[in-house]
Design a protein around this ligand. Structure first.
Ligand SMILES: CC(C)(COP(=O)(O)OP(=O)(O)OC[C@H]1O[C@@H](n2cnc3c(N)ncnc32)[C@H](O)[C@@H]1OP(=O)(O)O)[C@@H](O)C(=O)NCCC(=O)NCCS
Length: 158
């Protein structure tokens, strides 16, 4: 299913300052990816997740500015999130290194990228083909869109 997010009600980044500080103490930075990192991010997503997501990351890198954000520590990939990879106003895919989950990385990647959508001028954002609905409900108050399965992924090549 897809989910709907009210971008006009999005929590301010300042509300997550404690999370940013905790990650910073561990040397984890969340930022927009840059073009020379494309092959590294795409390979990492293919290895840790799947080739479909890697293709979506490539699409996000083709946007200007690049609409893929990454979490890095010691120059290594720890997580990523994209917006406008497959459709306008869509969030996703996203993923965090399995050993790094539960530290707030996924939450801050979500907040950063949804603010990116808001700054593009959208009032609402969509979370495409969700995995953990509770995560999106909890962090940004997203709600499920009835009848959105299989949505834009109908008849996708496998
Ligand atoms: C979903 C995912 C990105 C979350 O990343 P994370 O860094 O572990 O999440 P965070 O640590 O930022 O968690 C933020 C909050 O959401 C909650 N949460 C995280 N994953 C959750 C899940 N799967 N279900 C319910 N709640 C979840 C956490 O408990 C936390 O709550 P808190 O703020 O009260 O402590 C990560 O689990 C992941 O990569 N999953 C596999 C890929 C995937 O499913 N991607 C989404 C496809 S739509």
């Amino acid at each position: 299913m897809d989910m709907l997010v009210k971008l006009y009600d999005l929590p301010q980044k300042a509300e997550f300052q404690k999370n940013y500080d905790l990650l910073s103490e561990e040397g984890i930075e969340i930022r927009r990816a840059i073009a020379p990192e494309r092959h590294i991010v795409v390979d990492w997503v293919k290895t840790h997740f799947n080739p479909h997501w890697a293709s979506e990351v490539e699409a996000a890198f083709s946007n200007n500015p690049i609409s893929c954000f990454i979490a890095i520590q010691d120059g290594q990939m720890k997580g990523f999130a994209c917006v406008e990879a497959t459709c306008k106003a869509f969030f996703g895919p996203t993923g965090v290194d399995e050993t790094m989950r539960g530290k707030g990385i996924g939450k801050l990647l979500l907040i950063e990228t949804l603010h990116e959508l808001k700054h593009m001028g959208y009032a609402y954002g969509f979370i495409g083909g969700i995995g953990p609905a509770e995560f999106y409900e909890k962090v940004v108050g997203a709600s499920l869109i009835e009848g959105s399965t299989p949505g834009i992924y109908k008849n996708m090549l496998r």
